[in-house]
Design a protein around this ligand. Structure first.
Ligand code: SF4
Length: 290
């Protein structure tokens, strides 16, 4: 795996005569300093985690609007609950679109959700009738998605997002985002009410392969412990740092591997450091780890 080298920074000695000095980009500065202080750390982490969990495949998951709505449903709830709520939306507002298959069949014939997916995986099915969801009476939609938790907050958020998509694009198709520059696509999506960088990055990475790292609770915790990001870096800052830390082709693997590590080994309460291959270079165990 390769590490992205940030482009040339400001010229030593300041800005060229007559041009205002560009403010330094702290995310880029962090990535450069990490490369200098702890060379090869990103490549080491990705290689060790890939050896432990296997190299992730990028399976097709859902159409972009379904991914957007499912991600809203998954905010602050267990993935199995958001799956249940999404299934309920499909049942309540069915449509005749193409059937999407969400589970992947392993060589031994067993079925599993796509890699990096948090729940049990969805049954095969088509996207709901988004116009019906957008225009449903709010109380009705709240009841439909109640299994997902926080329904009174999420139902208006879903309808607001669908309204925004329809009003700005004339329909419920986000396919045009695939052709946009990744950050411009993310900016477009974060204009949707209730959509932050994490949700936008999930949609863009998993639906279109755009190299944007979604920073969820596992990625955030594991990254901080290892020292891939500054000790106090929150999700917003981490989203920016990862743009400079990773080569575009490594973003999907890094996201899935760090999530798997957070779920299976680097637990929030009691991380299993005694069986972790990152231990020799982890700042959680040694504040001077290389
Ligand atoms: S050594 Fe411990 S804290 Fe560090 S990444 Fe591994 S499990 Fe997490």
């Amino acid at each position: 795996m390769t590490i992205a080298h940030p482009g040339p920074g400001l010229r030593a000695g300041g800005a060229a005569r007559g041009h205002p000095r560009k403010p330094p980009d702290p995310a880029r500065a962090w990535a450069r300093s990490l490369d200098r202080r702890r060379p090869g750390l990103v490549a080491f982490v990705l290689a060790e985690l890939a050896a432990l969990y296997g190299t992730p495949r990028r399976d097709t998951r859902l159409d972009p609007v379904s991914e957007l709505v499912l991600t809203i449903l998954s905010q602050n709830t267990a993935d199995v609950n958001s799956e249940r709520a999404f299934q309920a939306v499909r049942d309540a507002y069915p449509a005749d679109g193409p059937i999407a298959v969400h589970r992947v069949v392993a060589p031994d014939g067993t079925e599993a959700p796509p890699e990096g997916w948090g729940g049990r995986g969805l049954d095969a099915g088509s996207a709901p009738d988004w116009a019906a969801v957008e225009h449903a009476p709010l109380d009705e939609l709240i009841e439909v998605i109640r299994p997902g938790g926080l329904a009174p907050q999420k139902a208006p958020r879903i309808q607001g997002a669908l309204r925004h998509v329809r009003e700005t694009t004339g329909g419920y198709d986000l396919g045009f985002l695939a052709g946009m520059e990744p950050r411009a696509a993310r900016d477009w999506l974060t204009e949707v009410p209730g959509i932050g960088k994490k949700t936008a990055s999930i949609v863009l990475l998993f639906c279109f392969g755009l190299p944007l790292m979604p920073v969820d609770t596992h990625v955030e915790r594991v990254s901080r412990r290892i020292g891939l990001v500054p000790p106090k870096a929150g999700p917003d800052e981490q989203h920016e740092i990862y743009r400079h830390l990773l080569a575009p082709g490594d973003v999907h693997a890094a996201h899935v591997l760090l999530i798997q590590h957070g779920r299976r080994t680097c637990h929030a309460r009691r991380p299993a450091c005694d069986r972790c291959p990152i231990a020799p270079r982890c700042r959680f165990l040694d504040s001077k780890a290389p």
